[in-house]
Design a protein around this ligand. Structure first.
Ligand SMILES: [Zn+2]
Length: 430
């Protein structure tokens, strides 16, 4: 029996242990819900699992890593409030090779968004329950599977006695959701830079050399408050906000009229703009005694790789302002634009890099279709590609309902990714 058959047999024998570990991670909340963040308990489980598997373990808080606070990506607020970085440790596990081989890093963010306000119908948000080939729970797809898959792929190779020359590094990082990036950045600044990295995100088995980015904005408009009682005509901030909504809708239509997607985005060329929240005038009936002095909305505007913060800001706010220029209600006073998080650029990596050859043979060896494409969402992969010497690809299993009720990951994809990652580590680092 050759090594590939040993891999498959080991994965078969350890399948229930793999799912149980992923389920344990899902059952242990690591929710980020501004202004609070709580990855600590889940990271303790990851730390213990890395230690049990015989890796050198490094646990550190991003805030204590030299250079983080001075880094151009450092952005210590979310929507203007302080973003906590204490008690949110990154966990890194290093498996040393015999020497002389290429190194690989498997990076996964452990934090999740909250359970949300919609009802969960299929399973409890923190159950980790398996039903009809799906493992349910917050973080199951986005992205705790990556912690389990990385660990089991390396354990598999060690337990079947596969010889590795290069180092394999696993990392479970904090502070990805709500545009964090500090967890993955801190690990780069601490020196965990290798020949290639896979960043875990839910790509439905598409190998993504490119991913989108975007900017998130709080847009505020102001006017008069109260009621006029006949003395004058009031400037109404609600009407102004409605015009801003119109402007964003027009921006969305206009820029997608003739899309010129870069490579890998051809099959999904549209750039979405999401108006995610609107507000003003309080939220109790008692507040509804006149028009509100100010209204706001929060919008997330996606961009292709290659668009930087300045270009994004100029294009988006420029379009909205010129749309409002024609509106007498604004009278030359434009909305106030405040970024809620740092701009998250898209990024891409050269698909002719030899790592893609290793990935392709791993997919084929595991009997899965090898498909290159783009990740149609923002991801911290850009931190690798634009701010570190380590190139990275985005990859993950199929599933559904990320950031929504009934989030789940496909069990077969998770199991196959262990078979694929074990093969890719062997091919790349062996
Ligand atoms: Zn997410």
């Amino acid at each position: 029996m050759g090594l590939p058959e040993h891999i498959d047999e080991w994965v078969k024998d350890n399948r229930s242990q793999l799912l149980e570990f992923l389920s344990e991670l899902v059952r242990t909340p690591s929710v980020v819900s501004p202004p609070l963040a709580g990855e600590l308990e889940c990271q303790r489980i990851v730390e213990a699992a890395y230690r049990r598997s015989g890796s050198e373990v490094d646990v550190f808080s991003p805030s204590e890593v030299p250079g983080l606070r001075e880094h151009p990506l450092y952005f210590d607020t979310w929507d203007g409030a302080p973003r906590p970085l204490e008690d949110r440790p990154d966990v890194v596990g290093v498996f040393r090779g015999a020497g002389g081989g290429r190194s690989l890093l498997l990076s996964t963010h452990v934090d999740t968004v909250p359970m949300g306000s919609q009802p969960w119908r299929e399973a409890d948000p923190f159950s980790g329950e398996v039903k009809d080939g799906k493992l349910y729970g917050r973080g199951s797809w986005d992205t705790k599977w990556g912690i389990a898959v990385g660990l089991f792929a390396v354990r598999c190779l060690r337990e079947i006695g596969a010889p590795l020359r290069g180092d394999v590094i696993l990392e479970s990082v904090v502070d990805e959701e709500y545009g964090g990036s500090h967890g993955v950045l801190a690990s780069r600044l601490r020196g965990y830079n290798v020949d290639f990295a896979i960043n875990s995100e839910p790509t439905s088995m598409t190998v993504a050399p490119a991913h989108r980015g975007g900017g998130e904005w709080r847009i505020t408009v102001r006017g008069d408050a109260g009621m006029a009682f006949g003395d004058r005509r009031l400037a109404n901030s609600v009407y102004k906000l409605a015009r801003v909504v119109d402007a964003i809708r027009e921006f969305d239509v206009e820029r997608n009229r003739d899309p010129r997607p870069p490579r890998f985005f051809e099959s999904d060329p549209e750039l979405p703009s999401y108006t995610m929240q609107v507000g003003g005038g309080g939220d109790s009936y008692a507040d509804a005694s006149g028009i509100p002095h100010e209204c706001y909305l929060i919008a997330w505007i996606e961009e292709y790789p290659g668009t930087d913060r300045e270009e994004h800001t100029r294009r988006f706010t420029g379009f909205v302002n010129s749309y409002l220029e024609r509106d007498p209600g604004f009278d030359g006073v434009y909305p106030e634009y405040t970024p809620t998080i740092r701009y998250l650029p898209g990024s891409s990596v050269d698909p002719s890099h030899p790592f893609f050859g290793a990935l392709e043979s791993a997919f084929r060896g595991a009997g899965r279709e090898y498909r290159l494409g783009a990740a149609p969402f923002a991801a911290d992969t850009y931190v690798f590609n634009l701010h570190s010497p380590t190139p990275a690809v985005t990859l993950g299993p199929g599933g559904g309902n990320a950031h929504a009720a009934d989030e789940h990951v496909l069990v077969e994809d998770v199991v196959d990714l262990v078979r694929i990652y074990a093969r890719v580590v062997l091919g790349w680092c062996g």
